[in-house]
Design a protein around this ligand. Structure first.
Ligand code: CUA
Length: 337
């Protein structure tokens, strides 16, 4: 028997599933800005679907009216039809496009990117090829936190974010929370995120920025204020002391071999900023800009085969790291809660 699933049904199913599969979607908002943008998007889709349907009907009607071959007919008169062109080709599109433009402006104006004069960012994000450096600002050093690719924010609280780029143009996008904002070298752009529903919101880079553009993900973790403050206080602390001899061995390798030349682990001798700050690496859910799960196997694979897993990124393959050494380093990294 032939499969009779219609393409339309497949399309409808795809649309529905895209909203509930856990993938980032404009149509599953977690905050007021995304809700407005989602509504605007739905409205535009509906209006344009109606336009497309009307066009289809008109084309079918026109096709149905033609009878016989071209030779059997007199040449089609060139006169007439001006009303169709004026109304359908000019009037209707102008009205619809203007309405879409105006409602986009209204939506945008309801969510200013920052306050203007007294602006002070809560978080400074620096886009890198291909990961996100995240710096929580604060008056005291005990409030300043550097992390990467996992951004915690309190719910129901406007979070001011300042974005800059260290290399090329990127674009910061959390579909379930807000629209996109370009991240441009030599310039500071801003966005204010408000999440009213706790949850994990996937973010991505939305501007092609090199070979690993696709693997430049991040996650926004929106949580109640109390939980957020606990997280932040913990992140501000230096790395935990090594818990056992194996971790101590791993730490010593980290500090003395290649690792410490690129990474920081606060409280140790590793203080470079070429790669992500790893002080509390084990508290993050993923590694390599949200590309792989943060597990022992992936950590070991990443240390030794970063170039096969994410070709072109700045982390070299540390092929010389193997056996006991590799296990000790991975064990140490896993202990950095
Ligand atoms: Cu960064 Cu695309």
């Amino acid at each position: 028997m032939r499969d009779r699933t219609s393409p339309l049904a497949l399309f409808a199913a795809a649309l529905l599933l895209s909203g509930c599969s856990g993938r980032p979607s404009v149509f599953s908002p977690g905050g007021p800005a995304a809700r407005s943008i989602g509504n605007l998007g739905a409205w535009v889709v509906i209006v344009l679907s109606v336009v497309a349907a009307v066009m289809m009907v008109l084309i079918l009607v026109a096709a149905g009216r033609r009878r016989g071959t071209l030779e059997e007919h007199e040449p089609v008169g060139v006169g007439g039809g001006q009303t169709w062109i004026l109304v359908g080709g000019f009037g209707v599109p102008v009205v619809i496009l203007f309405a879409i433009f105006a409602s986009s402006l209204v939506t945008e104006s309801r969510f200013p990117l920052h306050d203007g004069q007294h602006y002070k960012p809560d978080i400074r994000i620096i886009a890198r090829q291909w990961w996100w450096e995240v710096k929580y600002t604060g008056d005291g050093p005990d409030q300043q936190v550097t992390t990467a690719n996992e951004i915690h924010i309190p719910t129901n609280w406007p979070v001011e974010i300042e974005l800059e780029s260290r290399d090329v143009i990127h674009s910061f996008w959390v579909p379930s929370l807000h629209g996109k904002v370009d991240v441009v070298p030599g310039r500071e752009n801003h966005i204010r995120l408000v999440a009213d529903t706790p949850g994990r919101y996937q973010g991505m880079c939305a501007e092609y920025c090199g070979t690993q553009h696709t693997n430049m993900g991040f996650v926004i973790v929106a949580e109640p204020l109390e939980q957020y403050e606990k997280w932040r206080a913990h992140q501000a602390e230096p790395a935990l002391a090594e818990a056992d001899p194996m971790a101590a061995h791993g730490k010593q390798i980290f500090e003395t071999k290649a690792c410490g030349l690129c990474h920081t682990i606060r409280g140790t001798r590793a203080m470079a900023d070429v790669g992500p700050d790893l002080t509390h690496l084990a508290s993050r859910s993923a590694i390599a800009a949200n590309s792989f799960p943060n597990s022992r196997a992936w950590l070991e694979a990443w240390v030794t085969h970063a170039q096969s897993l994410k070709p072109g990124n700045q982390m070299p393959d540390l092929a010389e790291m193997r056996g006991d050494e590799l296990q000790a380093v991975a064990h140490y990294l896993e202990s950095l809660q």
